[in-house]
Design a protein. Structure first.
Length: 358
């Protein structure tokens, strides 16, 4: 009992989601002494849903972390290919499944929801040589309750209460974690073990040749919606726009509400044309959507590639310039900063974070 209490207390000491995930997996390693513990999240690209291993802790307490923004989506396991995880996810109860991968090993699977605002789903696999006992399952559920409570606390500070999207406050932190964190690995398929032989060492898996983009979305004439229909209808419009953003972009893209009618998306695409097509799909979806009571609403979008030397402010300024160009030139369109820069249509001597924008 004291060991269980100690693990529960240790979870409350974490101050961000990644360390909390690692803490949860490490607690299960300490409590049940399995071969490994893996936390899986469900990520999607349109209707294609796959399993992303967020955190893996092996028996020597080596910790591997995987970022949704860096994962090679096509290499991930399709949702339907793992019957025991799907069963666990759908039933919301622990499922014990004998592994077909290693003789004599059992996968003990538990479902969880990361937080109520984002409704992110996942499962935790405890790979052991035996099934967990009823007492151990009860202990695992107690630890999970604390984990869920901690995740909910993070959600209220990181997410917009109205739309459930990430908020402006969390943008800078996500930006630096995605593009600035040192020691990132540039090869390997998510889910492949990293043998380091060192305890408590944390590794992160990413793809090579990554290109990231920032898209800024501004709803056209949104003030008119509030003035004509009232703020309650305006809030409903914002909720629906957030839903269109979630449906249009991939589950591993990062979508933020900066405030008012302004939204920002961080996405990874191999080239400019692919990124442009992605944001154009959203603009078209907005244009074709019939908003209750209001009717048609459009959006102007600015797109900018994230450069190696960028600060969050520098990337946002370029995308923002592109948004205002779109608004000044008819609205309901996507403007690319790089294309406008090449044509000499956008020039600036504004310096943000030491980066000069021409």
């Amino acid at each position: 009992m004291q060991l269980l209490v100690d693990q529960i207390v240790s979870l409350t000491e974490h101050r961000d989601r990644e360390s909390l995930d690692a803490g949860l997996a490490t607690s299960f390693m300490t409590l049940f002494k399995p071969e490994k513990v893996v936390i899986y999240s469900v990520v999607s690209d349109a209707k294609d849903q796959r399993w992303l291993p967020l955190t893996l802790v092996s028996s020597d307490l080596t910790v591997e972390k995987y970022s949704p923004m860096h994962a090679d989506f096509r290499s991930l396991e399709p949702l339907a290919d793992s019957a025991h995880r799907s069963q666990c996810l759908n039933s919301k109860i622990p499922v014990d499944v004998a592994s077909t991968e290693q003789k004599g090993q059992t996968i003990n699977c538990l479902a969880f929801m990361a937080d109520s605002l984002s409704e992110e789903l996942g499962v935790i696999e405890i790979h052991a040589k035996r099934q967990l006992s009823a007492t151990e399952h009860e202990a695992a559920q107690r630890v999970l309750r604390v984990y869920r409570n901690m995740q909910s606390m993070f959600a209220y500070s990181e997410r917009d209460a109205l739309t459930g999207l990430l908020n402006r406050k969390s943008f800078d932190d996500s930006f630096y974690k995605a593009f600035r964190e040192p020691g990132l690995l540039s090869a390997g398929t998510p889910g492949t073990a990293i043998a380091t032989g060192k305890k408590n060492q944390s590794k992160r898996r990413v793809e090579s040749s990554e290109v990231f983009w920032l898209a800024m979305v501004d709803i056209d004439h949104f003030k008119n919606v509030n003035d004509k229909y009232g703020h309650q209808i305006g809030d409903e419009v914002l909720i629906l726009v957030a839903r269109i953003l979630k449906i249009t972009f991939r589950g591993y893209d990062r979508i933020y509400r900066f405030g008012g009618e302004e939204f920002v998306i961080l996405l990874r695409c191999p080239d400019h044309a692919t990124a442009l097509n992605a944001v154009e799909r959203f603009r078209t979806a907005m244009e074709n959507f019939e908003f209750p009571q209001v009717g048609k609403i459009t959006a102007s979008v600015g797109l900018s590639e994230i450069r190696a030397s960028d600060t969050p402010e520098a990337a946002c300024v370029r995308a923002d310039q592109a948004v205002y160009f779109a608004k000044r030139n008819g609205r309901n369109q996507v403007s690319s900063f790089s294309e406008l820069e090449k044509k000499g249509l956008l020039q600036s001597d504004v310096k943000v974070g030491g980066v000069e924008l021409f």
